[in-house]
Design a protein around this ligand. Structure first.
Ligand code: ADP
Length: 341
């Protein structure tokens, strides 16, 4: 394994006895995009500031490219950390042209070297035609490209982006995101993107880091985190889930909506985390009453009851259940996860 671009090891940060980041551990590799996902207030921006060196850590260590940057009593300043930082509002210098924004951090280079670097960045981020323009004349997507190019001017090991797509309009957002991410990947930098949007995180991340209450609950590919969340809290960060008590006997978990294999679980009580897409119509399944059906666009939102337990399912397919009828359903074991009590 190459030396990680960034290692965050057991890092904590407290504000007046309140813990904002607690024992967080995270590794970033060059050329990979990691999304730090969690609800508002969970500590994402604080962790970003700690990595950037804008604040000291109370405990733990941060290494960039294998060099210690933060520890108790150690805080290498941001400008000596080999990081690039892109803020949510892009924070371009309003009185500098696009070109001068990009060249701002390159004061130590000769004018010709600086121009060469700016030209390379302009080509990488498709800014050639905007060189002389003022930031306020650019679209949101263009401003973002300039902000990213500026942050990458000194070829940092790690690029940090705080909610980079949240300020962009809905219809533009998907297109801007796609092209910016392609350009970012091409640079080979380790990228950490903060977001509170689970769909966005799963779509763009090579690695996810799930955060809640100052803690990193799980890291892994989007598939691993979504299909095999380490806890119910982790599961809820990535999408709707119903949690039901289940009885395990003889390697099967029994729920009111059918059984699923539980080969490694001892007999007794446990919990099942059921994704909204786990329920499916199945002639061999158990009988459930359809309480309500609503149109959800790509799927039907179906409320079902069985043995006095109610669940909301997202169902696709041409067979649409009707409210007031009974249907046979089963659980897709790939979309249901069991947890010991
Ligand atoms: P997120 O980015 O996930 O929304 P933050 O990192 O901004 O979360 O905040 C985490 C917690 O730390 C919140 O409870 C917030 O109120 C608190 N916090 C953040 N910055 C400060 C600060 N400078 N002083 C005191 N409390 C802070």
């Amino acid at each position: 394994m190459p030396v990680p671009s960034l290692t965050v090891r057991g890092v904590s940060r407290n504000y007046e006895k309140r813990s904002a980041v607690a024992n967080a551990t995270l590794t970033l590799q060059a050329g990979r995009i990691t999304c730090l996902l969690g609800p508002s207030g969970c500590g994402k921006s604080t962790l970003l500031r700690l990595i950037a060196g804008l604040e000291p850590v109370d405990d733990g260590e941060i290494e960039i490219g294998g060099t210690l940057m933060s520890a108790r009593g150690i805080n290498v300043p941001p400008e000596n950390r080999s990081i690039g930082l892109v803020f949510q509002d892009f924070a371009l210098f309003p009185h500098l042209s696009v070109e001068d924004n990009m060249g701002f951090g390159l004061k130590t280079l000769s004018p010709s070297e600086r121009q060469e670097r700016v030209t390379t960045l302009s080509a990488q981020f498709h800014l050639e035609t905007l060189a002389g323009k003022w930031p306020h004349t650019l679209s949101g997507g263009e401003q973002q490209r300039v902000a990213i190019a500026r942050a990458l001017a000194r070829s940092p090991s790690v690029l940090l982006l705080d909610e980079p797509f949240s300020g962009l309009d809905g219809h533009l957002r998907a297109n801007v995101r796609k092209s910016v991410l392609a350009d970012l990947r091409a640079t080979g930098t380790a990228v950490l993107i903060v977001t509170h949007d689970p769909e966005e995180a799963m779509l763009i991340a090579d690695e996810l880091a799930l955060m809640a209450d100052g803690r990193i609950l799980q890291t892994g590919s989007p598939q691993e985190c979504y299909l095999r969340p380490v806890s119910i809290d982790a599961a809820r960060l990535l999408g709707e889930a119903t949690v039901l008590p289940v009885r395990i006997s003889g390697g099967v978990a029994h729920t009111p909506f059918g059984g699923i294999p539980a080969p490694d679980m001892p007999d007794g009580q446990a919990k099942a985390m059921i994704r909204s897409e786990a329920l499916r119509l199945d002639e061999a399944g158990v009988l459930a009453e359809v309480l309500e059906v609503r149109f959800g666009g790509a799927f039907q939102i179906v409320t079902l009851a069985s043995q006095d337990v109610v669940i909301t399912a997202h169902m696709t397919g041409s067979l649409v259940p009707e409210a007031g009828t009974k249907v046979n359903v089963s659980l897709n074991p790939a979309r249901t996860v069991l947890y010991p009590n």
